[in-house]
Design a protein around this ligand. Sequence first.
Ligand SMILES: Cc1cc2nc3c(=O)[nH]c(=O)nc-3n(C[C@H](O)[C@H](O)[C@H](O)COP(=O)(O)OP(=O)(O)OC[C@H]3O[C@@H](n4cnc5c(N)ncnc54)[C@H](O)[C@@H]3O)c2cc1C
Length: 388
Amino acid sequence: MPHVYGLQSAQAEFQKRAAALASGELNAHAADVDAKGRFPHESLDALARKGFLGLSVPEQFGGAGQGPRVFAAVAEELAQGCGSTAMIFVMHVAAAQAIAASTTLARKDEVLRSIAAGTHLTTLAFSEKGSRSQFWAPVSALVNDNGAFVASAEKSWVTSAHHADSYVSSAQKPGAASPLESTLYLIDRTNSGVRVHGSFDGLGLRGNDSAPAVIERASVAQDDLITPLGEGAAAMLQVVLPWFNVGTAAMANGLCRAATAATAAHLQHTGFAHTGTSLRDLPTLRARLADMSVRTEQARAFLGYALGEIEHPSDATPLLVLQTRLASIEAALDVTELAMKACGGAAFSRQLPVERIFRDARAGWVMAPTADHLRDFVGRALTGLPLF
Ligand SMILES: Cc1cc2nc3c(=O)[nH]c(=O)nc-3n(C[C@H](O)[C@H](O)[C@H](O)COP(=O)(O)OP(=O)(O)OC[C@H]3O[C@@H](n4cnc5c(N)ncnc54)[C@H](O)[C@@H]3O)c2cc1C
């Protein structure tokens, strides 16, 4: 059967390798990563070793040069093994795409080569304390400093904050008239001006290390700019957002698949000794499982359709890219809630992975663009209003 994301046979090899990694290395550590809220080192090492950190880096820099279809299929598989690892991977790929699209970053080749070699992890540092989820409007601003810049910012959530080698960060250009006049720049985590504050202790994706980071009077050279001054918003919306939306939609779909598979197995293999019947003999539970499966496949089919649009863009593509993330993150909420109900106390306890998947699935909804933002953007697009 053809893959729902339209993978050709060579592309399907990446998906199969990701599935093997997810059911092996990622799955082996996922419960411990979640329980301890620790970074999934073993899984990231495995991703690096198997070449997945360079999955979408252009071949000329040593990467696998794979586009959004394969990225989606891989993110979906990884999410079935460990949600935190999938999150780190998605942020890394989205940030790497900003770097790959840069026309200004002097060390672009070097950074992309290290990413492709699996020795460089990157991430996005967009959200700020001042503008919260409205990442497109950084309140921090670069200040001119003898041909270079000084950056100060309170970044509120940075996935892999303690572990990424670099952050793709945003700020207003010097003297900007509006927060939309922004710029992206690359800053090393080891820059003396970067301080990560505390650790992540959240409901789900507990290993993703999404901690606040302060950038304090850090020196940013012209050569560190990822976009020309004032062109940050365009890069955020036209480069980073499509990859982020595809990646997080696929992640949500992977969580749906994991919840559906765990529920199906539980209903099949658990029963009542006093009647000799199984949970699957209860029509209510079978109906819940059927609804879970339909919602999951609807979300996957929508993403498959959007991926085709991304390959052959039309005026409708930006809207579909917003809608596919919305469809998937809403499906993940509903499907994992149904899984909790279908599996009962076994899900509520930690006997099954269902409660972890339920918690992990809730992150996509609050990550910007949040479900609220997406609804507003889609409604604006449909009624001819500008997005901002
Ligand atoms: C696990 C995780 C990892 C993350 N990783 C990163 C990362 O690597 N890099 C990064 O930059 N950020 C990251 N974020 C941050 C994320 O993208 C959001 O910025 C953050 O979750 C917003 O939380 P808040 O409390 O500031 O939201 P608020 O902005 O306070 O929002 C509160 C509520 O108001 C709603 N709301 C806000 N603005 C609008 C609006 N204009 N229209 C309608 N409703 C609105 C929101 O939908 C939300 O329901 C991460 C978040 C999570 C949960």
